[in-house]
Design a protein around this ligand. Structure first.
Ligand code: ADP
Ligand code: ADP
Length: 232
């Protein structure tokens, strides 16, 4: 579903060239949960930004469902982006909008009909367990509930792929556990492929089928979680 081949990304800064990614190759299969783990600065965010098309690699290719997205015109990128949902460490909810509107607004921008929007908001709030929070504002929710709203918003777009950027890093261990359970459910019951980046080993061990370990912009190990972290 996602295939990176020899992806490098360099940033030119005042102090010189930063090599954020060097020859990264990995393949995420349809239906799996794939984790990328590494310390801060390893290149994880840059990698995920190359997949969600916010960055263009300096060299190498990123294929999504067999299409090389590094060389696509803008209007075609937009169509592919709609198949990708994203969640973040900081939730990125609109503070001045209700839970309903936080989920509905992106759908309106995609010209989804009002009837369909109502249907999807109801359906995905039920899946994340917040059907009674339609009219709440983010400030009235706990961190875990905010992440659930962000997950419902991502799902309401009905993506094939969910990208998670440190989605549990701001949450306490118990809340982390419940969000990871939810991601597993989404993967198994809705069939959504998940690519996540994290610096937390427990996230990898709890839900990832396969893992890539990154250090200084390179993938230093890659394989089934049970094989790579057998003795961890
Ligand atoms: P991680 O997500 O693993 O913490 P990042 O992908 O954010 O790693 O960063 C990898 C390296 O690339 C770091 O050294 C970071 O400072 C650098 N970097 C990331 N984005 C930029 C940018 N836009 N401009 C310059 N350097 C960047
Ligand atoms: P996170 O910790 O969530 O990965 P970062 O602080 O690494 O976030 O990066 C946040 C944003 O800043 C990203 O858009 C990244 O590309 C950019 N960025 C990261 N490092 C640098 C840098 N050294 N110079 C310029 N921009 C950077």
């Amino acid at each position: 579903m996602i295939k990176l081949t020899n992806v490098s990304k360099h940033f030119h800064t005042r102090t010189g060239i930063v090599r954020a990614l060097t020859n990264v190759s990995l393949e995420v299969q349809k239906g799996e949960i794939f984790g990328v783990i590494g310390y801060s600065g390893a290149g994880k965010s840059t990698l995920i930004r190359c997949v969600n098309l916010l960055e263009t690699p300096t060299s190498g290719t990123v294929e999504i469902n067999g299409t090389d997205v590094t060389r696509l015109p803008k209007h075609e990128l937009l169509a592919i982006r709609r198949k990708i949902g994203m969640i973040f460490q900081g939730f990125h909810l609109l503070k001045t909008a209700t839970v309903y509107d936080n989920i509905a607004i992106p759908l309106r921008l995609m010209d989804v009909s009002q009837q369909e929007i109502d249907k999807r908001v109801g359906k995905y709030l039920r899946i994340v367990g917040l059907e009674d929070k339609h009219d709440a504002y983010p400030s009235q929710l706990s961190g875990g509930q905010k992440q659930r709203v962000a997950i419902a918003r991502a799902l309401a777009q009905e993506p094939e792929l969910l990208l998670s950027d440190e989605a549990t890093s701001a949450l306490d261990p118990e809340t982390t556990e419940s969000i990871l359970e939810l991601l597993l459910t989404i993967n198994q019951e809705l069939g959504i492929t998940i690519l996540l980046i994290t610096h937390e080993m427990n996230v990898i061990q709890k839900i990832c089928d396969r893992v890539a370990v990154m250090e200084k912009g390179e993938v230093i190990e890659q394989g089934r979680t049970v094989d790579i972290f057998a003795n961890a």
